[in-house]
Design a protein around this ligand. Structure first.
Ligand code: CAA
Length: 283
């Protein structure tokens, strides 16, 4: 099946990055969010990020204006009914994702493929609550989407081959690289990355090092582009905690126990860059 139109649910950090790269690759996009403010902010952010790409010679002014024209925004889920592929990129809570798919289902065409950009939640379980588990899979982008080369493609237990092939073709057209992952908690990237971030928080919690020394150790000593605490702030501490909980619950191993300090920051509402405060103070 040839995908031409893509519906994206959620216009936050991930949703707007996904709309950005999809529109530049020539897909017609319907971007949905419950809040019109979030949609307006996403359009302004995409324009700004594309502007930066124009100024660095990565794309032309014409590419930018055509891509922005390909994106239609709507607060009504019903307007996603006729697209070929849905990418759900809402908040990392299973109940929220399930409610979105339930609301979408009555409006969808039979051929529409459903995917989730979840970073950790079971694809098989999300799929089982829909009318098309064979046309359901994980489509997981990395942040910042316009920069990161990888997309994890995750098969649920029932995902069929034409669905996987259609999504793989989309990743190829984006010029990104697909990594195929099986449906186990947090898949590949977050199965490895989140325990490292959680261990960095334990390193801080136990007083082994300061925020600065932990981050500069990993930047200068292991050549990571960002230190683990800076990266946690960038991803969002609520998202990091949610993923650790999925690993802890799903694999029932104490090695995935979320650090109490991570939990405390989330309880305080210190979620990282998006709230101007996390391990660093951005105010
Ligand atoms: N849109 C478009 N371009 C962007 C951008 C955006 N949102 N953000 C950065 N860029 C571009 C810049 O224009 C710049 O382009 P050039 O190379 O052409 O100059 C390039 O990216 C580098 O940006 P900067 O110079 O501003 O900053 P930097 O060199 O410090 O790099 C970074 C920033 C790319 C974010 C880098 O620090 C990095 O790679 N960090 C690690 C990110 C990472 O690990 N992401 C994965 C998180 S895990 C995840 O996403 C999975 C999950 O489920 C939680």
């Amino acid at each position: 099946m040839d995908i031409k139109t893509i519906g994206i649910v959620g216009a936050g950090q991930m949703g707007n990055g996904i709309a950005h790269v999809m529109a530049l690759a020539g897909y017609d996009i319907v971007l949905n969010d419950i809040s019109q403010d979030a949609l307006d902010t996403a359009m302004a952010l995409m324009a700004k990020n594309m502007e930066r790409q124009v100024s660095r010679g990565k794309i032309t002014q014409d590419d930018q204006s055509q891509a922005l024209q390909r994106i239609k925004t709507t607060p009504n889920l019903i307007e996603l009914g006729t697209v070929d592929l849905i990418i759900e990129a809402a908040t990392e809570r299973e109940s929220v994702k399930q409610a979105i798919f339930e609301d979408l289902l009555p409006h969808l065409e039979p051929h529409t493929i459903l995917t989730s950009n979840t970073s950790s939640i079971s694809i098989t379980r999300l799929a089982s609550r829909t009318d098309r588990p064979e046309k359901f899979m994980g489509f997981h982008f990395m942040n910042p989407v316009p920069v990161m080369q990888l997309v994890e493609l995750i098969r649920g237990i029932a995902t069929d081959e034409p669905t996987f092939a259609a999504c793989k073709k989309v990743v190829d057209r984006l010029g990104k690289t697909a990594a195929s992952a099986e449906d186990f908690p947090a898949f590949i990237v977050n199965r490895i990355l989140m325990p490292m971030i959680n261990e960095a928080v334990y390193t801080l919690y136990e007083g082994v090092g300061s925020v600065q020394s932990i981050d500069s150790s990993m930047k200068l000593g292991a050549n990571h582009p960002m230190g683990p605490l800076e990266l946690a702030d960038f991803i969002g501490l609520d998202t990091c905690l949610a993923i650790m909980n999925v690993l802890h619950d799903g694999l029932a191993d104490t090695k995935y126990r979320p650090c109490p300090l991570l939990t405390k920051y989330v309880e305080a509402g210190w979620l990282g860059r998006k709230t101007d405060r996390g391990f660093y103070d951005y105010r």
